[in-house]
Design a protein around this ligand. Structure first.
Ligand code: AMP
Length: 306
């Protein structure tokens, strides 16, 4: 079992109502790799500048994350993103997006990655996501895609082209509305699934997530946490938990996706407990199992219908 991951590896600067970080390591693919490596081998595709810390790359390699597909542009700067969260910690404003190395990124899929059964297209330019799909000699069994409003604003046509190629899209509620032009999430799901993906997950931050397929809908709650420190990367971590569970079990049934969405929610609930990737670096399999049990308790109930 192995999972190819494509996405940004970056520096982030984050402001929340409760604190502020200096430039710390972030990026969609970084969060995905930290999370998914708990469940499966990860084959990373990304690009960084000469300023990206070698220790970070070493730490990922030590977790069985293959970095053969990560280009290092020694004389250039890594992607930089800065965001400020509102008081609700659910919504945020992007303050700065400096593409730097990402602006000219041409991914190259290493030969050793060919034949991987699962592909996670993390948040990145849709043209780059598509290039990776096109380079794979054999279509993966299951392709998941994340994206964001930034790409809807500047590259909608490219984004629609990728949508035709993927099995599942993961977006938040605002992005689902922007992409579909529909306010009702049920209508939005219908419109988006007509664009290509058979499955759709709409994330609603602290209010959980919805999984859509045909006429089936499943709801996964988010764990009510006393303190949310930094929601950055929660979406990536959620996606990573979801696809990594699917990759581990090799089961793409709707029933298994229900479990996968709970795994994603559990991993995301850890992510937000500290700034950046810090919490994800600390947790182990025992922590993950404990949190999954909390989710089972949170949402299971018996009812006798007469
Ligand atoms: P999330 O909070 O899950 O939406 O992901 C936040 C991460 O996405 C941060 O670590 C950023 O570095 C990364 N990010 C933000 N904007 C972009 C973008 N336009 N392209 C790629 N990655 C991005």
């Amino acid at each position: 079992m192995s999972l190819i991951v494509v996405g940004s590896m970056a520096f982030d600067a984050i402001e929340t109502p409760f604190g502020k970080s200096d430039k710390i390591v972030g990026g969609a693919a970084t969060y995905i790799a930290w999370c998914a490596s708990n469940f499966t081998d990860v084959k990373q595709i990304s690009v960084v500048g000469g300023d990206f810390p070698q220790e970070e790359l070493n730490a990922l390699a030590a977790r069985n994350v293959s970095l053969e597909g990560v280009q290092i542009k020694k004389d250039e700067k890594s992607f930089f993103w800065s965001g400020r969260y509102h008081n609700d910690m659910n919504s945020r404003d992007t303050l700065v997006t400096e593409l730097n190395v990402l602006g000219t990124f041409e991914p190259v899929v290493p030969e050793s990655y060919q034949g991987s059964e699962f592909l996670m297209l993390g948040n990145l330019a849709p043209s780059v996501q598509l290039s990776v799909i096109k380079q794979l000699k054999q279509r993966p069994k299951f392709i998941a895609m994340d994206t964001m409003n930034f790409w809807m604003d500047i590259a909608m046509d490219d984004l629609k082209a990728v949508l035709k190629e993927v099995d599942i899209l993961l977006v938040n509620d605002a992005e689902a509305r922007q992409l579909s032009g529909e306010y009702s999430l049920v209508k939005a799901a219908h419109v988006i699934r007509n664009m290509g993906p058979k499955y759709l997950i709409i994330k609603k931050g602290e209010h959980g997530a919805l999984l859509f397929q045909d006429n089936n809908v499943f709801f996964a709650p988010a764990l009510p946490l006393e303190e949310v420190f930094d929601p950055t990367g929660a979406g990536d971590t959620f996606a990573a938990g979801f696809i990594a569970h699917i990759a581990k079990t090799k089961d793409v049934s709707f029933d298994n996706m229900k479990t996968a969405i709970i795994v994603g929610s559990a991993m995301a609930s850890y992510c937000v407990e500290k700034f950046g990737t810090q919490r994800l670096r600390e947790i182990n399999k025992t922590d993950i199992e404990a949190r999954l049990k909390e989710f089972v308790q949170l949402s299971s109930f018996d009812i006798s219908l007469v």
